[in-house]
Structures are given as C-alpha cells and as structure tokens.
Design a protein around this ligand. Structure first.
Ligand code: HDD
Length: 714
C-alpha cells in the first residue's frame, strides 16, 4: 500500500489561491483597475447596467450563503491523519486498516446538533464527531457522535426528534437549547430515549474541548475480510487528553463571554502545535455472538459494555492542520454513513438504514448539486471514473462519446472491478421475512442501560445529572410534561426521580398507571405495538461510562490555560517561574491585567498583558494564579477580580497564590465556604518556590477539584 500521509499529495488535485502578489481579477480572469467605484454616468450620475464588474461582485455576494445543515449546523473542522498501529487484516480487507504504520489523510468536523450556524459552542447538546478518511480505495466516512447511543431506534422518528428540539416554530425560541416544552413533550412520550437522556443530561453534553471528547460510531457495523466473513464491530475514539467537561454554570457564562470557545480552542491548539490526538478502538463481536447479549446489537439505544467486550486499539488519529478556508472546507464537507470502502459494511439497525438514505438527499439540497463530490474537500484520492454526467456546476470534463455501460465504442470502459480487484460487494446476508412495519421485541427494554449509565457515575456526576434535569424541566412550562418525565425517570432510578422532583416542587407519580410508559400520548394509544419493558442489565456499573473515573484519563495539564492576574509591582520572578513551568508541561500561563499594554514588575521590568480584566474571565481558563508582590488593596476592591476568583472557585478550578497574595483569597466571596484542606487551593508563603509551582501543576492535572462541590450547593 502506498502511504498517503503526505497531505500535499491530496492537495495536488485542489485549486488553492491566496492572492499574494497577484493582480485582482474578475471571476473570468480580467484584471480589475478600480475596485472602489462603480461605473457611473458622470461622478454624480446614475450607475450603469453595463458594469459587469459590479454586477458579478454583487451577484456573487448575494449568493454567498448556502442552506445550513438541518442538524449539526454549528461546527469546526481540521485536517490530519489516521495511522494504523495494530492492523486487523484477519477482520477486514479495508486497505487503510491492514498495515502497521500506514497513514491516511482525514478531515474531522465536530459540531453541536440543535443550534443554528451562529449559535454558541457551549450549548447542552450532543456533539457530532465526523471523520472523513481519504483512503486509496475511496472515501470512508465514520459519522459519529460523542455519545455512544441515540435518542430513537427508528429513522422514521428523526424528523420528529429534530422538530421537537429545534427552536419552537411559532416564535423560533429558544436557540441551541433543549430546555423547552416541545423537546420534553416528545421525550416524555418516547421511553426509548431514556438511555440517551442520561448521557445528554450528564457533563458529556458540555465538553471542555472538542479535543477532550470520546467519539463513537454508535451503530453496530460489520467488518468484512478477504474471505467475505463478517464480524460485528463498534467504533470508539479515545482522546489522549482524557474526557473532560466544564460545569453547567460555566458553560452558560462561556456562551456569553466567548461563544466560539470550542472553535477557538481547536484552532489555537493546532496553531500552537498541540495536535489533538485520539486512539481508534473497536469492540469485536463475532457473528455467532449476535444473540448472546441481553440487548439487541441492532438497537442504537444500547451500548456493548466494555466489561462484556473490551475495546481493542487499532490506530491513532492526529489533527495537525487548520483549514485554509472555513466555508470551502468545514462548511462544504459532505459526510455520509453510506460512504464505505470494501471491508466495511452495514447492519440492519433501522436508524442506520434510514441514515443511508438521508445524507445524500441532504447534500443535494444543501450543496445544490449531485456533483458535491467534486468540491475539493469531498474529492476522493482514489480516481473516480463512471458514467455519471453533467448537472449543476460539473467540474469534470469527461472526454469521448461513451457515457453508458455496457458499451463497445469505449472498449467497455470504465470496467467493473472483480471482488479480487477491489470491487465493492455487499455482505451476503440472508434476509427472508415478511414485510412489516414493526419493531423487534428485542428493542423493548428502555431502562436497564439508562440505569447502568446512572449507576456508573460518581456522586459528583450524579448530582450534575440531577441539576441538569432540574434546569431543563424547570424551563418546561407544561406541568403534565414535567410529571410524565418524573414518571419515566423513576423507571431508571427512584432516587434520581425524587431528587429531580424536589427541584421542580413536584412529586413522582406512580408511573405504571400513566400512559407515559406506553411510549405514546394518551390520544394515540392505539398505535402502541409493544409495551416497553424494564429489565436488569447483566452489567451493573462500568467505569468507562464515568468521565471522572474513566480509565483512559491520565493526569496531564497539556494545552491548558492558566490566568495569571497581575498589576504593577508584581514579582517578575514568580510570574516567570510559573510561566516557564507551565510551558514545560505544554500548558500556557497568560497575563490578565487591569489594562492592556504592560504591567511594571518589582524589578523595574515590564510584563506584557495578554488580556485585560475586561476581556478575560475565569470561565475561559482552567486555573488561576495570583503571584506575590502586587498592591493587593487595589485588587481586593476590584469586583472583576473577586468575581474572577469566585467563578474559579465555584467551577472547582485550582487557585494558587504565593507570598502576600494569599491574603487576597480571604477577600473573595467564597472565603467563608473555603475549607482548609481544599486540595485545589494552593498557597505558599514562600513566593515562587518550586514546590509551590509543582503542587499547583499536580492539582491542575486532575482537571477539577470535585471534592469542593458538596460545599457549594444544597
Ligand atoms: Fe445525522 C448530520 C451523526 C442520526 C440525518 N449526523 C450529521 C452529522 C453528524 C451526524 C456527526 C454532521 C456531519 C457533519 O459534520 O457534516 N446522525 C449522527 C449520528 C446519528 C445520526 C451519530 C445516530 C446514530 N442523522 C441521523 C438520522 C438521520 C440523520 C437518523 C435521518 C434519518 N444527519 C442527518 C442529516 C445531516 C446529519 C440531515 C445534516 C447535515 C448532513 O447530514 O450533512 O442528513
């Protein structure tokens, strides 16, 4: 196999321009002499219709927007490569998975689901995690999410789900939020969504960074080997930086302070050379184990617990190049779960089956032409030859008179490939059944894995789920919807439902008598085909489901940002010690000062401010350091500083202070709550000591100081 790592090879087919040292021209290549004035009859006269330069420019501008994605409109992308570390030729004939060290270029697009293109990154939402592999055998798209299950079991419910979660149609409110009546009305009537709801109400839905998210293929797929044998497989992306989130109060504040937080984070990390990296793992399930489990492998509301089938790592993905142009690449990229290469195939998961129709259809309306595969970001590196012709904006200039098959005039070309020559052939699955509109009874248990997820969370994570549900349902105006949700939650965990009920000032209904358990509204009871069941999962708890005890997390502060609050008189040695130590760990210390420009140091030097207190905010950093030497009275009276510290404390971040700066903490509003043994408050009377800096870094490496949280809320 040829190694395609060199992205330039892919770029050869791509028309790039940056205009440097070039004449300005029209789209037809005519050099422009004056781009500032339209053609007029006299300098105060009317504009002339013959001004082809003006008309071309304005026409292009008028058409600059294309329809945004109906879901996943808000996104951010990057280029990189996938490298095989543990080849699996015995399982798949896919060339890009067969050889150790083989690299394949990729483009990844991360996204939120519900919000419009201009919405905030920090909405409580599922994140899309879509990877396009430019393999030598054609394009392979792994179009997944950061949550391994989905809300619904059948694609026919997808438009309903999306209509319910999007802004309500009469007033287009709320933007990028599930906390409203139509979403919870739908969910309260769809017990199959309960597992996904547990994930969506957990901190998975408010990641710290796209770089700190797991990714999942969600459905069970098939790998097909040279002998044509199939193996079921689930795909997992495991981030090198661990799986981390912000807290909900913080997410809401970030949405105001910097709605581009995740976009910027991804962009900056790549610019700084902190290339985001994931391992690709698979759960391998032999064909003969199809019916071995107490859930159906075809049911997309179920995971295969890692306790039953461990994840085998087969490769790694590194994102190392930002796009040159957001629209041309991140916006125009067109993913499709049906873009597969020989060696990868589908299962009959009814959600996946519907997706296989939807994605081409959406590209036709969004990108406007069946030629969307010719847009540079979508182009295959494997040569494309077929008899598809013409259509809007066709780029290819097909030569010759033959555009049909079979033909003799073109020598039979392009010719079909035998399987041994890499021709795609679908897995030879036997299908022999009645035509029915039914759902398998093996899909009927909607609660056991929701409970497995809840049981697997630490007490911190459980309390976050309770608070998320109180928030979301608290925004629902219709009492009956809230009560139906409490009924469904009680099927997952009685205590969870009771905790949520306290926040809503309601009580948990005796659910078995209410129509909610039937998964249909009282008006539509006759459409019910199977009663949902509530079984017990064979696995009671799984560490991999908790973000806090996730076994793939290892302590690191790489790529984290620390705010160093400085005013005149600050100890230069302290600031530089901290900055240097952070840089050594691939993290960054950024100076936040009362104004931009620079602050004067105790040794008559100057340190440049990266932010002013007005433009910075604690929620944009991972930790705060207050170095010694400054005039503390001034800082202690500045509300912005106190709010900075208070937020950092409230969001369980590490706060460090040395020398006399330690006394600033007693002026902060949280001082009364602060416990003496809080492992995230790092103080040292000795300014800038190495132990102090190391203690600060060690505390940060665990992401957040969750031990603090029980003191914060009731
Ligand atoms: Fe979808 C986009 C992931 C179910 C129909 N989907 C889209 C994207 C991701 C997913 C990551 C954004 C790709 C990008 O960045 O351009 N979708 C999923 C997952 C699902 C899922 C993991 C369940 C397991 N989707 C799903 C169903 C349908 C769709 C059931 C329709 C029947 N999805 C679409 C779409 C989108 C899309 C309307 C919108 C824009 C696009 O495709 O290109 O076709």
């Amino acid at each position: 196999m040829k190694n395609f790592q060199d992205e330039k090879q892919r770029d050869l087919s791509v028309n790039k321009s940056d205009g440097t040292n070039k004449f300005m021209t029209t789209d037809q290549g005519v050099r422009i002499n004056d781009d500032n004035n339209s053609l007029k009859s006299g300098d105060r006269g009317p504009s002339l219709l013959e001004d082809f330069i003006l008309r071309e420019k304005i026409t292009h501008f008028d058409h600059e927007r294309i329809p945004e994605r109906i879901v996943h409109a808000r996104g951010s992308g990057a280029h990189g490569f996938f490298e095989v570390t543990n080849p699996i030729p015995e399982l798949t004939k896919a060339g890009f998975l067969k050889e150790a060290g083989l690299k394949t270029p990729v483009f990844v697009r991360f996204s939120t689901v519900a919000g419009f293109r201009g919405s905030t990154d920090l909405a409580r939402d599922v994140r899309g995690f879509a990877v396009k592999f430019y393999t030598q055998e054609g394009i392979y798209d792994l179009v997944g999410n950061n949550i391994p299950v989905f809300f619904i079991q059948d694609a026919s419910k997808f438009p309903d789900l999306v209509h319910a979660v999007k802004p309500e149609p009469h007033n287009e409110i709320p933007q990028a939020a599930s906390a409203h009546d139509t979403f919870w009305d739908f969910i309260s009537l769809m017990p199959e969504s309960m597992h996904m709801i547990m994930w969506a109400m957990s901190d998975r839905a408010i990641p710290r960074s796209y770089r700190m998210m797991e990714g999942f293929g969600v459905h069970t797929f098939r790998l097909i080997n040279e002998a044509g044998e199939s193996t079921f497989v689930k795909f997992h992306w495991k981030p090198k930086l661990g799986t981390h989130a912000v807290v909900w109060d913080e997410a809401q504040k970030i949405s105001g302070k910097n709605p581009d937080f995740h976009r910027e984070d991804l962009w900056e990390a790549i610019e700084m050379g902190n290339f985001p990296e994931w391992e690709l793992g698979i759960q391998i399930i032999p064909e003969e184990d199809e019916h071995k489990y107490d859930f159906d492998l075809l049911d997309p509301t179920k995971i295969v617990p890692e306790e039953l089938v461990p994840v085998t790592i087969i490769g790694r993905m590194v994102l190392n190049r930002n796009p040159d142009n957001f629209f041309a690449e991140t916006e125009q990229i067109a993913f499709h779960p049906g873009h597969v290469v020989p060696g990868i195939d589908f299962t009959n998961d009814p959600l996946l089956q519907g997706r296989l129709f939807s994605y081409t259809d959406t590209q036709l309306s969004r990108l406007g032409s069946p030629n969307f595969h010719e847009i540079p970001i979508n182009r295959s590196v494997a040569p494309v030859h077929n008899n598809q012709r013409d259509g809007h904006m066709r780029q290819e200039i097909n030569k010759g008179r033959v555009s049909y098959h079979p033909n003799s005039l073109g020598g039979g070309c392009p010719f079909q490939a035998k399987i041994s020559e890499g021709g795609f052939s679908s897995f030879n699955e036997r299908v022999d059944a009645h035509k029915v509109r039914e759902r398998s009874t093996s899909f009927a248990d909607h609660f056991s894995q929701a409970r497995l997820f809840f049981n697997s969370q630490t007490s911190t994570e459980k309390s976050h789920i309770v608070r998320a549900l109180r928030f979301e349902l608290g925004k629902v105006e219709t009492t009956a919807i809230r009560v139906r949700m409490l009924g469904l939650l009680s099927q997952v965990d009685r205590q969870l439902a009771e905790q949520v009920a306290i926040g809503l000032g309601a009580s948990v209904p005796s659910t078995l008598e209410t129509p909610i358990n039937k998964g249909v509204s009282p008006e539509n009871e006759e459409t019910l085909k199977h009663e949902p069941t509530n079984a017990e999962s064979s696995v009671n708890a799984s560490d991999a489901l908790s973000m806090i005890i996730n076994p793939t997390n290892s302590p690191t502060i790489a790529s984290r940002k620390v705010a160093i609050i400085c005013t005149d008189g600050v100890s230069e040695a302290s600031v530089m010690n901290m900055k240097n130590a952070l840089t050594k760990e691939d993290a960054k210390g950024l100076v936040v000062a009362p104004h931009l420009g620079s602050v004067l140091t105790d040794s008559d030097g100057a340190i440049a401010a990266d932010f002013s207190l007005l433009t910075a905010s604690s929620v944009l950093f991972d930790a705060v350091y207050i170095p010694h030497g400054m005039s503390l009275n001034e800082l202690a009276e500045d509300d912005t500083v106190l709010e900075f510290l208070n937020d950092a404390y409230k969001h369980c971040k590490v706060i460090g202070a040395d020398g006399e700066a330690t006394s600033l903490l007693s002026a902060a509003p949280f001082a009364l709550k602060m416990s003496n043994d809080d492992p995230g408050i790092i103080l040292s009377s000795d300014s800038g000591s190495e132990t102090f800096v190391q203690d600060f870094i060690n505390a940060m490496a665990n992401h957040r100081v969750w031990e603090r949280e029980p003191n914060l809320y009731n």
